[in-house]
Design a protein around this ligand. Structure first.
Ligand SMILES: [Fe+2]
Ligand SMILES: [Fe+2]
Length: 134
């Protein structure tokens, strides 16, 4: 089962950006599948680390793009990114206390965060400035 499903309300209304967000979600799901295929206890920490890295890489790209264009809401947007990364760190820290709940917690957090962030910050950014290069 996918950790997180693409939903139509994730769309920011710019095809190239939606495509990138789908790729990010596919990558997260792929990492989750790898986790399920292996021995979970040994791999969860590595899995969470990989998710963290994939999401940070996407954020870093957006942040560079915003900086290059002198984007007016750079600070707020970056702060929202930091908040999700902090939440993922908290989930990583909480894993030992609640190993079973970790995947569910992560999937709920990502869904809630993507729903809000894509629709607000990312939609505004990409409608103003278009799509960044890779
Ligand atoms: Fe994005
Ligand atoms: Fe963003």
């Amino acid at each position: 089962m996918a950790l997180i499903e693409w939903k139509s309300h994730y769309s920011v209304g710019v095809d190239a950006v939606d495509h990138e967000h789908r790729e990010l979600i596919d990558l997260i799901n792929q990492l989750h599948e790898n986790l399920l295929a292996g021995s979970p206890d040994l791999m969860v920490t590595a899995f969470l680390g990989e998710i963290f890295r994939a999401i940070s890489a996407h954020f870093a790209l957006e942040e560079r793009f915003m900086r290059e264009h002198g984007y007016d809401q750079f600070a707020e947007h970056k702060q929202a990114h930091e908040q999700l990364l902090d939440e993922i760190r908290d989930i990583m820290d909480g894993y030992e206390a609640d190993p079973e709940g970790t995947s569910q917690q992560l999937s709920d957090r990502l869904d809630a965060w993507f729903t809000l962030h894509f629709r607000t910050h990312d939609a505004r950014l990409h409608h103003r400035l278009g799509t960044h290069d890779h």
